[in-house]
Design a protein around this ligand. Structure first.
Ligand code: ATP
Length: 250
């Protein structure tokens, strides 16, 4: 079975004379894994996700998703993947159910109405499923965005800050849903997050980006060991502030 994602020397420059937003990014993410994409503001996380989705064309390098080359075979991959991003909002006047129905049709989901019922129950959206999407709170919108991301039961889920607007209790519950989804379906998840506790809980491997380049990558436990830290927040700060791990060349 081909891996979930293969990136080979992926680079993106928004303008010829601009510094690369992502530079020489290479990694292979296996099926079924949950990986974290970490980095400070402007490190290149959203740009990477947009290239993985085929929304942005790389300046150089190659992306293969679930065995499909995104340059030549994008639609075959898109049918089997999905994403959520705080930068994409659903049409405000359509109800949540209508929005999900549109996506159900876009993805050719068999028995879409039933799938929407399942997701409504799983994400406890019954109270607002028939309300206009524009009338929801930020946290409710986030739940709808993640439910939308699961509509086609994707084999690969790309999540840009999936729990950023959720209160701690709802955030914890959504993390549990993501764990269950990946355990039940074998789906791979790549998530960009600023929430280090989330990354420690969900991710088996982390790519640390800085100015578009991978500056470290390991399991959360491996990074904690390498930097001699107790939590990922401290590791993040070490990397952001150029405090190198003991034993690594400065
Ligand atoms: N459309 C664009 N045009 C020009 N430059 C861009 C564009 N989008 C992003 N950039 C630049 O590319 C770099 C990477 O941005 P990106 O949004 O990928 O970072 P990020 O890691 O997702 O940041 P954040 O955590 O703030 O969301 C930044 O320097 C940003 O200013």
């Amino acid at each position: 079975m081909p891996p979930a994602i293969e990136c080979d020397a992926l680079t993106k420059r928004y303008a010829d004379d601009a510094p690369a937003a992502v530079e020489d990014l290479s990694f292979t993410m296996p099926r079924g894994a949950t990986w974290g994409l970490l980095g400070g503001n402007g490190a290149g996380k959203t740009t990477t996700i947009a290239m993985l989705l085929g929304l942005l064309i790389p300046s150089a390098g190659r992306v293969t998703v679930l065995g499909h080359d995104m340059a030549t075979d994008r639609f075959a991959a898109l049918a089997r993947m999905n994403f959520s991003s705080p930068y994409v909002s659903l049409p405000h006047r359509l109800s949540v159910r209508e929005n999900l129905t549109v996506y159900g049709h876009l993805y050719n989901v068999p028995r879409a109405a039933r799938r929407i019922e399942e997701l409504t129950e799983r994400f406890q959206m019954g109270e607002f499923i028939d309300r206009p999407a524009g009338s929801l709170s930020a946290g409710q919108k986030t739940r709808v965005a993640i439910a939308k991301a699961l509509i086609n039961t994707p084999d690969l889920l790309l999540l840009d800050e999936p729990t950023a607007s959720l209160d701690p209790d709802t955030g914890d519950w959504v993390r549990g849903l993501l764990e269950t989804y990946s355990a039940e379906t074998g789906a791979a998840i790549l998530l960009a997050s600023h929430n280090m506790a989330e990354v420690e809980r969900l991710c088996s491997h982390v790519l640390m980006l800085k100015q578009g380049r991978v500056v470290d990558s390991d399991s959360p436990a491996g990074l904690l060991r390498k930097y001699g830290r107790d939590d990922m927040e401290q590791v993040f700060l070490d990397i952001a502030r150029d405090r190198m791990a003991p034993g690594r060349a400065a």
